[in-house]
Design a protein around this ligand. Structure first.
Ligand code: TXA
Ligand code: MG
Length: 344
C-alpha cells in the first residue's frame, strides 16, 4: 500500500482523512501530545488493523478521541461531575479520562474492559477529521509498540511507511509527551499516566488524586494493573539507559568517569560544554521544561541505534510536565537511576 502524506494546511486534508477513516482505513493524526495511529473507534475490524500495524498486545486498550466534550455521553455512562469539571478546565487538551464505557464502544477498542479512555485533542485539524468522519477515532501513539512515541510526521513515516493509508502532517507536536490519564471510575480519582497536564493542575480541579503505583515503579509483566499499557517496557531505545541524578557538576564527573567509547549522553542544552568528547545529545533547555518534553522522544529515537552501548541521561526535577518527562525517562531506563551525589 502507498502511504499518502497529507499536509494539515491543505484544505482538502480533513475530508480525505475522514473518508479513509469512514471506510475502515488507518490514518496517522497530529495532536498536541504525539501523533496517533487512528481508525474508526466503533469499527472492530478497523481497530484490529491498529493492533496489527503497531504490533500492540491485544490486552492494551486504545484511547477514543472525540471532537468535543458534548460527545462524552455518547460513549460513556455514570459520568461523575469531576469529568465535566476536568473537561471544562482542560479540553481540548492533553488529558484522557477513564470512564465506564457504553456498549456502543467495541470491546476490541477497550481491550475487553468495561471502561474507556476518552480525550478531546487540541488539534483543530484532527477535531475536524473526527467531525467529518462522524465517528470517534481510536488512536494509540503511532510508534511501533515499545519504541519511543512519534512527535513528527517523519517519525510516523519511518515506522509505518507502506503499512498505513495516510499521515496528516501537522508539524512537530507542541507538548511532545502523551496525555495525562486519570481514572474516574473509583471513589477517588487516580493518576494512571502523567502527561501534559500536571498533577497539581488536576488536584486544583479535583481536590484529590491517588497516584497509581505503575507511575512510580516498574510493574511486573504479569501484574494486574489499572492501565495495562504501563506494564510494558516503553519508550525505550535498544540499548540500556541509566538516569544520572544530582547536581550538574557531580553528574558530569560521574558520567565522565564511567564513559566508554560507544556510549552516549542525553543532557540539557546548558550542560553540553560539560560533556565535550562524550558525544552528548541535548533534548532541550533545563530552564524551559516545555522544550524538554517537546524534544524527548525525537532524542530517544535518535539514540535508538544498536551501535550505541549505553546511554547516560539527565532528567529534570519538579512537577507539571517535568513530572511526565521524569516518568518517560524512568520507563526508558527501566527505573535504573544512579545518584551522582552519593557516588562521588
Ligand atoms: O496523548 C495521547 O494520549 C496519545 C495521543 C495519540 O492521543 N495516545 C496515546 O495512546 O498515548 P497509547 O495507546 O499510546 O496510550 C494509551 C494508554 C495505554 O497505557 C493504555 O493502557 C491506557 O492508555 N488506557 C487506555 N484505555 C484505558 C482504560 N479504559 N483503562 C485504563 N487504561 C487505559
Ligand atoms: Mg503509546
Amino acid at each position: 500500500m502507498k502511504t499518502r502524506l497529507l499536509s494539515a494546511a491543505d484544505p482538502d486534508a480533513p475530508a480525505i482523512a475522514a473518508d479513509i477513516i469512514k471506510s475502515g482505513g488507518l490514518v496517522a493524526i497530529p495532536t498536541e501530545t504525539v501523533y496517533g495511529l487512528g481508525a474508526n473507534g466503533l469499527d472492530e475490524q478497523a481497530v484490529l488493523k491498529i493492533f496489527e500495524a503497531k504490533g500492540r498486545p491485544q490486552d492494551n486498550p486504545l484511547i477514543l478521541h472525540i471532537s468535543g466534550p458534548e460527545q462524552i455521553e455518547q460513549f460513556c455512562h455514570h459520568i461523575p461531575q469531576a469529568a465535566y469539571d476536568l473537561a471544562e478546565a482542560f479540553w481540548p487538551g492533553p488529558l484522557t479520562m477513564v470512564l465506564p464505557a457504553k456498549d456502543v464502544v467495541p470491546r476490541r477498542t477497550t481491550a475487553g474492559l468495561d471502561t474507556v479512555g476518552i480525550r478531546c485533542p487540541d488539534s483543530p485539524v484532527t477535531r475536524e477529521i473526527i467531525r467529518l468522519a462522524g465517528v470517534p477515532i481510536a488512536a494509540p501513539s503511532a510508534n511501533i509498540s515499545g519504541k519511543p512515541s512519534t512527535t513528527t510526521a517523519e517519525h510516523v513515516l519511518h515506522d509505518h511507511d507502506g503499512r498505513i493509508d495516510a499521515i496528516v502532517d501537522g508539524g512537530p507536536c507542541r507538548v511532545g509527551v502523551e496525555s495525562t490519564i486519570v481514572d474516574l471510575t473509583e471513589r477517588r480519582p487516580r493518576l494512571l499516566r502523567p502527561g501534559g497536564i500536571g498533577p497539581e493542575q488536576l488536584i486544583s480541579v479535583l481536590g484529590d488524586l491517588v497516584v497509581d503505583k505503575a507511575v512510580t515503579a516498574q510493574v511486573d509483566k504479569d501484574a494486574v494493573v489499572k492501565a495495562p499499557g504501563m506494564k510494558y517496557r516503553h519508550y525505550a531505545p535498544t540499548e540500556p539507559v541509566v538516569i544520572v541524578s544530582g547536581s550538574r557538576e557531580n553528574a558530569a564527573a560521574y558520567i565522565r568517569a564511567h564513559f566508554e567509547p560507544g556510549d552516549r549522553v542525553l543532557c540539557f542544552e546548558e550542560e553540553l560544554p560539560l560533556y565535550d568528547g562524550c558525544n552528548p545529545l541535548s533534548y532541550g533547555r533545563e530552564a524551559d521544561v516545555n522544550t524538554l518534553s517537546a524534544g524527548l522522544f525525537a532524542a530517544l529515537r535518535e539514540l535508538d541505534d544498536p551501535k550505541i552501548h549505553q546511554v547516560y541521561a539527565r532528567c529534570p526535577v519538579g512537577g507539571g510536565v517535568a513530572y511526565a518527562v521524569q516518568n518517560r525517562l524512568k520507563k526508558a531506563a527501566a527505573f535504573h537511576i544512579v545518584d551522582a551525589e552519593e557516588e562521588i
